[in-house]
Design a protein around this ligand. Sequence first.
Ligand SMILES: CC(C)(COP(=O)(O)OP(=O)(O)OC[C@H]1O[C@@H](n2cnc3c(N)ncnc32)[C@H](O)[C@@H]1OP(=O)(O)O)[C@@H](O)C(=O)NCCC(=O)NCCS
Length: 198
Amino acid sequence: MPSPSREITLRFLAQPTDANFGGKVHGGSAMKWLDEAGYACACGWSGRYCVTAFVGNMNFQHPISVGHLIELNAKAIHTGKSSMHIAVNLSSGDPKSGLLSKAMYCIMIFVAVDDDGQSVEVPEWVPVSEADTQLEKYAITIKNFRDSNKSELESIMEHQSKIDAEVHSQAFLNRAFYIPAFDLPCFAMGFLASFFEL
Ligand SMILES: CC(C)(COP(=O)(O)OP(=O)(O)OC[C@H]1O[C@@H](n2cnc3c(N)ncnc32)[C@H](O)[C@@H]1OP(=O)(O)O)[C@@H](O)C(=O)NCCC(=O)NCCS
């Protein structure tokens, strides 16, 4: 069996069907490409089917033109038990010049799963170069930061949901009182006015 591949590069042209209303490549199309490159990289490393668990640090640095060459580079920068942290870069440029510049980047986490969708172990990735060590350190730092803020974010979201629920129930009550208190008398007056031909 071939050894796991840590990195993958995809190249293709941005199609007219990828354009948004402004004539540039739709942000959603570019996000899909990043996800696909990350997925291919995670599958290549783990040799398993993988699912996207997290997307973060997504940056749009410059617009991408239709007809431009797209180059996606995805590489593993940290592995957990079943998770793979993948850095994905998207560069683009005029294929006539061959000059590509970085347009987007993000960090994604993929999890290898079995046929039942349960997470399964992946081979460990060990950094070799100094640059790789720095990348792994960065991946771990932002993971720890996210984990430490997760419960705070969840409680903020929960609080917001309660506020939304209260606002909706108040709006419902207002409407419930509004209909008999205002609509029905108006309707009755209109009916009487038309009856007496006023
Ligand atoms: C991703 C998924 C398989 C994880 O399931 P789980 O029961 O939480 O699995 P585990 O607890 O074994 O966690 C597996 C790993 O994923 C990581 N993980 C799970 N959810 C995560 C999230 N939202 N963000 C970052 N990492 C996550 C865990 O930290 C763990 O990492 P480790 O291997 O380094 O220890 C599950 O949440 C899932 O199927 N999610 C939906 C995925 C999906 O539909 N993606 C879009 C289409 S592909």
